[in-house]
Design a protein around this ligand. Structure first.
Ligand code: SAM
Length: 198
């Protein structure tokens, strides 16, 4: 992947997940929630051809949102200092989509961890649910949702909710994810929409 600087928490994680599941395609519209410092955005921008590097393939779009500031990434629309869970941020994302729908929603959002595992788990699951709710109005039929969580008691509830809106759901523990961490990803494919999953 020429020219990509890896600066995120797990530099090759997005690439590994994508290599395994072939999620990102040229021309795709991707919304990356919790995108600072930006390695997933860089991988996505390359894979969807957001820069138009390959003139023979359709040009995609990547939108990155984070509470933190971010340095500009070529070909990526960034919304720094934005809380994804708020309506105002979600309206900004929709404005950037100009009426188009997204093909892929990624969430690597992680709340500030406290010393209490169950609180951390509940907080990150809450972020995942905000992505699921958002998917109902912005994701194309057949689209994909990838969201990170720390495993815990609410994982089955999240999985059930994803199964309502996606044809297939699997739990992924990528190689790059440290063995001692409870970090996992839920991969929902074949988005079909449904009633509010909360
Ligand atoms: C593990 S980092 C993301 C790394 C990123 N995927 C990369 O490749 O560089 C988690 C990020 O989630 C962000 N985050 C947590 N809660 C958020 C929220 N409500 N809205 C937007 N971003 C949030 C944090 O600010 C943090 O930058």
């Amino acid at each position: 992947m020429r020219g990509i600087k890896h600066s995120g928490t797990h530099p090759s994680l997005a690439r590994r997940i994508n290599d395994r599941f072939h999620i990102l395609k040229p021309g795709h519209v991707v919304v990356d929630c919790g995108s600072a410092p930006g390695s997933w955005c860089q991988v996505a921008a390359h894979k969807v051809n957001a820069n138009g590097e390959d003139e023979t393939k359709p040009r995609g779009t990547v939108i990155g949102i984070d509470l933190q500031s971010m340095v500009p990434i070529e070909g990526v629309h960034l919304l720094p200092h934005c809380d994804f869970t708020t309506e105002s941020t979600q309206m900004k994302v929709k404005d950037l989509l100009h009426g188009k729908k997204a093909d892929v929603l990624l969430s690597d959002m992680a709340p500030s961890a406290t010393g209490i595992k169950s609180h951390n788990h509940e907080a990150i699951v809450g972020l995942c649910f905000s992505v699921l709710r958002f998917s109902l109005s912005v994701l194309n039929n057949g689209g994909t949702i990838v969201c990170k969580l720390w495993s815990g008691g609410d994982q089955p509830r999240l999985e059930r909710a994803m199964k309502i809106i996606c044809d297939s759901v699997r739990v992924v523990k990528p190689d790059a994810s440290r063995d001692d961490s409870a970090e996992i990803f839920m991969l929902g494919r074949g988005f079909k929409g449904s009633r509010n999953p909360s």
